[in-house]
Design a protein around this ligand. Structure first.
Ligand code: ADP
Length: 171
């Protein structure tokens, strides 16, 4: 049965995804089962200096999620609550890896709630095998040509090989 957009449970999973890791993908797969539609929103954050451009990060996410029918990959540069209002979505999904994520996430969730009382944040705890995994750790290992095949999908592994054709450990 067709559901109208208004009745659909749409959630937004925002982040930098520089690049997408298996930890992000674990959250995406699990959240896609809970919500009718999940918008993965890639932040075009000019204050961070990303390794991958916004387009590259979005393309890698598209490739890594191509088997999931209810996922949309989008980019945003606005305040998250403004973006969500534009997309008529009121649920934010975030992943929690360790206690160290908690303080920052609490601050973000509380701020978003202050900015818009329509927005709710849902936290999903990471699967234990990914609880240490972050994009920055992957970038660091890739820089020195360390093994990353269990940390990222194959297209990201390939893209990192292109970014770092020679190991920065060898001079
Ligand atoms: P940001 O720069 O907004 O933290 P990230 O791309 O680093 O963006 O992360 C986006 C979201 O995914 C955050 O909620 C983060 O906690 C979560 N996340 C990142 N890595 C993992 C992981 N390994 N397991 C579960 N959640 C994760």
């Amino acid at each position: 049965m067709e559901q109208s957009v208004k009745n659909m449970r749409v959630a937004v999973y925002p982040g930098s995804f520089d690049p997408v890791t298996n930890g992000h993908l674990d959250i995406i797969h699990r959240a896609a089962k809970v919500f009718d539609k999940l918008i993965v929103a890639v932040l075009n954050n000019t204050s961070k200096n990303p390794l991958f451009s916004l387009e590259e990060r979005m393309e890698l996410l598209r490739l890594a999620t191509k088997d999931l029918p209810n996922i949309e990959i989008d980019g945003f540069r606005d305040l998250l609550v403004n973006y969500m209002r534009d997309r008529q979505a009121y649920v934010v999904v975030r992943g929690l890896r360790a206690v160290s994520d908690f303080e920052y996430e609490l601050q973000m969730a509380s701020t978003n709630r202050k900015l818009s009382d329509e927005v709710e944040t849902f936290f999903m705890t990471s699967t234990p095998q990914y609880s240490y995994l972050s994009s920055s750790i992957v970038r660091e290992i890739a820089k020195f040509h360390g093994p990353i095949s269990e940390l990222v999908p194959p297209e990201v592994e390939e893209a990192l090989r292109v970014k770092y054709p020679t190991s920065l450990g060898k001079s």
